[in-house]
Design a protein around this ligand. Sequence first.
Ligand code: COA
Length: 184
Amino acid sequence: MTKEDQERFPVATVALRDGTEAVIRPLAESDAEALGDFYEQVPDEDHRFYCPHPLDRESARRNAGRALSPLEVVLVLELPDGAIGGYAWYRWKDATAPSSGFGICISRRAQGLGVGGLLMTRLAEIARHVGPPVMHLTVQKANARAFALYSKMGFRVIREQTRRGTPERGWPEEPEFAMERAVR
Ligand SMILES: CC(C)(COP(=O)(O)OP(=O)(O)OC[C@H]1O[C@@H](n2cnc3c(N)ncnc32)[C@H](O)[C@@H]1OP(=O)(O)O)[C@@H](O)C(=O)NCCC(=O)NCCS
């Protein structure tokens, strides 16, 4: 997210379902360690659903290092103790890309509190002005909670397909939906 866009869409304060006050803000280069802590707490069952890359400190450093990339928008939800409770993004190939790819992961301690909906709502506000006109995602059929969230946020199924398995982690090949939403 460019510096200019970060200034247009700075920190937003939000209330979680249990009353906790948190902030949603753009990822910063200085988040590398906090993002590494976040990745490391993701349990295997969640990693099976959110698996764009290994969830390790090296990936955290690489992703935080791209915080100012003009080809992605990455938001974090920061809890009162400073921990990252949620992480959501969309990325695209180049200035003419017709659609972006979306991803989201919420920490175990922050799940079920509305964080997914809050992060997606904020991303949708930004996507009206920044990036391609369409957002794309894939979700395994087994991930009923994510599917419910995406449907509520206006994503529609465009195709059913098969997600490749990861035998070394014991994750089988499984059916998934491709979903899309026009963002403006
Ligand atoms: C899936 C995920 C993003 C949802 O975020 P969250 O903050 O926990 O979810 P929210 O509290 O915003 O609630 C999501 C909705 O799903 C609903 N839901 C919860 N469990 C459900 C289930 N088993 N089946 C159907 N719907 C369910 C909730 O009722 C809620 O709807 P509501 O707000 O109308 O009540 C989050 O749990 C997560 O990161 N999971 C692990 C990684 C992952 O699956 N990432 C997505 C990869 S595609």
